[in-house]
Ligand binder design. Structure first.
Ligand code: MN
Length: 251
């Protein structure tokens, strides 16, 4: 069991390599003992992320190919596949049906399909998945391509409907929640409806403002505090719950 003293802050989706000083951002997370999933947007960024993360106790590097970059970088899927055996963590991957990226949606689906297939074949992967404006398609593809087994999916910044959230939870998905999601009533209500044992925290830094950080990684405490408030728990009770959830996810 996790007790108060061993409970850590957890940022399960953060782009540490997009901060002005990547190495300093990693070092800060290590110093502050914040468990951090450092997601990448292109597989070319993965080796440096892995090199820095491997020297830490609290930072993990995830291998990504961001759906918003697929139009220009679909060719890097071969590099992504080459690195897959070297990591348990995959992200940021998924689909984006927002207006700016819809032109590449078919191409995104084909890349995501290959990613899911490769993860299903390899097994024991943990995926941080983007699903802007297409939660249903993302869930359909996960259901079809990543059969329930020892792979795990964490839906990052989920903005689907209440029924899509319920379906995702029934499929076994986890959800990483950031402070922005809790500032919006509709989305806070959906977060509140999720099974508590499937909740993690994230910042998606530097894409969300985590308060005045001056180049330092975003603060994950606003997400933790917002969740504690939503669930009517003390901050340390919330930390223990999230640490237990992480432990189950990684086990
Ligand atoms: Mn992200």
């Amino acid at each position: 069991m996790t007790d108060r003293k061993s409970a850590r802050l957890i940022d399960f989706h953060c782009h540490l390599d997009l901060y002005p000083d990547h190495a300093a951002a990693v070092a800060q997370r290590e110093r502050e003992r914040v468990f951090t999933l450092a997601v990448t947007t292109t597989p070319k960024a993965f080796p440096r992320n892995k090199e820095l993360a491997d020297r830490t106790k609290y930072v993990r590097a995830a291998l990504g190919l961001h759906p918003q970059l697929v139009a220009e970088r679909a060719k890097e899927l071969s590099i992504w596949k080459e690195y897959l055996p070297s990591t348990r963590y995959v992200g940021e991957v998924g689909l984006d049906a927002g207006r700016r990226f819809y032109a590449s949606f078919e191409q995104q689906k084909s890349v995501f399909s290959e990613i899911l297939g490769a993860c299903a074949y390899a097994g024991d992967k943990i995926l941080s998945v983007h699903s802007v404006r297409c939660a249903k398609v993302v869930l359909d593809m996960i259901e079809a391509r990543l059969p329930v087994g020892n792979n795990r999916v964490v839906l990052h910044w989920f903005t689907g409907s209440a029924s899509e959230a319920r379906r995702a939870a029934e499929m076994g998905c986890y959800f990483s929640i950031n402070a922005e999601m809790l500032r919006n009533d509709r989305s806070a209500k959906i977060v509140h409806s999720l099974p508590k044992e499937r909740i993690l925290t994230e910042t998606d830094g530097p894409f969300t403002a985590g308060g005045p950080s001056g180049g330092a990684p975003a603060d994950v405490r606003p997400a933790r505090d917002g969740l504690a408030n939503l669930y009517n728990l003390e901050h340390d009770e919330m930390d223990i719950l999230i640490n237990e959830n992480l432990r189950t996810l990684l086990s």
